[in-house]
Design a binder for this molecule. Structure first.
Ligand code: FDA
Length: 322
């Protein structure tokens, strides 16, 4: 089945989702009927464009191929919102397996994970203990762990855990800041003194206008402001966006300010803007592809559908045609 590759899409298809569109799709995520249909047919009808398979073996094939194209990767076992200790422990054990496999395969791949997958909802101590175990194991293998940023209710705990890891001397970690939140500028100010490793994203969750910019142009403007500050401050900056205008701006900004290519990295999602990923790597920029896998892909897929109307249209058409 052909996929709606953005490089072949019509200009109309290239438009980003409006806040209202995102709201409708993200609200539908919790609808039982939608969840049942998408879970049942999703992988066959399009999820595989965004997810590198359901097993580690499948993911390794994609990771190896991406590395072969000169692209670095991170991988994530899909899943979030774990509410019992046994599952959280199993996720930790699975990530240990992933880290070991990355090493034995000689892959240029690190790990990005979600704290609610490691049991944040069971308590901050549980999440800290679990993530520290993985950070220690990654360090023993010379690898790196990034902590993704989830909904706004998790931001305080995520930043606290990241700071605690840094204070304990774990320098093989990084986290994520979201430009749609009003608070992020302050969060960045607070983090800059510890020379952080930060990935900047626009933000993928449904947030209220009381705490997040409602207009896309404001989210974009804040994104540029935050990245410029981070680049000037001297830590490592991961510019995680497919927004060509912003990418061009960052390249020009880095050149004008004498910021070396080793100080920042472009990051994109598996299956999105693939031509752009290769073009940037070909020009000598560091490019990392976030390459998730696992059977628990439903919420991840719904966030990708919410980001682009053309994806949703394609997915809905395939669902009805099946
Ligand atoms: P924008 O939405 O403005 O899109 C710009 C262009 O990119 C579009 O016009 C289209 O061409 C293309 N595009 C964007 N999304 C697409 C899609 N789904 N399908 C096809 N084309 C698409 N969020 C978060 O809250 N916490 C996190 O930890 C992360 N982590 C993360 C890691 C990495 C490596 C990336 C790239 C992104 C994230 N995100 C995230 C997701 C992020 O918040 C955001 O939702 C998406 O990156 C989409 O926004 P853009 O910056 O691409 O811009």
């Amino acid at each position: 089945m052909p996929s709606p590759d953005e490089n072949e899409a019509s200009p109309r298809d290239r438009i980003s989702a409006t806040p209202l569109f995102r709201k409708i799709i993200l609200n539908a995520t919790n609808n039982t009927f939608v969840a049942k249909g998408v879970r049942r047919y999703g992988m066959r009808l399009g999820a595989s464009r965004f997810v590198a398979g359901e097993t580690l073996d499948e993911a390794v094939i994609s990771l190896r191929a991406l590395n072969g194209l000169g692209l670095k990767c991170n991988t994530t076992i899909l899943g979030e919102g774990v509410h019992d200790e046994a599952t959280a422990n199993r996720v930790v054990a699975d990530y240990i397996t992933v880290l070991d496999r990355i090493t034995s395969e000689g892959l240029n791949v690190n790990v990005a994970l979600k704290l609610t997958h490691l049991g944040l909802d069971l308590g901050e101590e549980t999440a800290y203990r679990n993530v520290e175990k993985l950070v220690n194991h990654a360090a023993s293998l010379g690898n790196f762990i990034r902590i993704d940023m989830e909904e706004s209710a998790r931001v305080d705990a995520t930043i606290r855990i990241y700071r605690r890891l840094q204070a304990a001397g774990h320098d093989n970690t990084g986290t994520v800041l979201q430009s749609y939140l009003f608070r992020t500028e302050q969060d960045l100010t607070g983090l800059l003194p510890i020379n952080p490793n930060l990935r900047f994203v626009k933000g993928a969750y449904l947030e209220s206008p009381e705490i997040a910019f409602a207009k896309k142009s404001d989210v974009d403007a804040n994104y540029v402001k935050l990245v410029e500050r981070s680049l000037q401050a001297g830590g490592f900056t991961a510019v995680a966006t497919h927004d060509v205008k912003i990418i061009k701006h960052v390249i020009a900004f880095a050149e004008q300010n004498g910021i070396g290519k080793e100080r920042f990295q472009f990051q994109m999602l598996y299956g999105i803007s693939t031509q752009l990923q290769r073009e940037l790597a070909g020009r000598g920029f560091s490019v990392l592809i976030a390459t998730p896998y696992g059977p628990d892909w439903y919420f991840y897929l719904m966030r990708r559908l919410a980001e682009r109307p053309a994806n949703t249209l394609f997915f809905a058409k395939s669902l009805f045609k099946r």
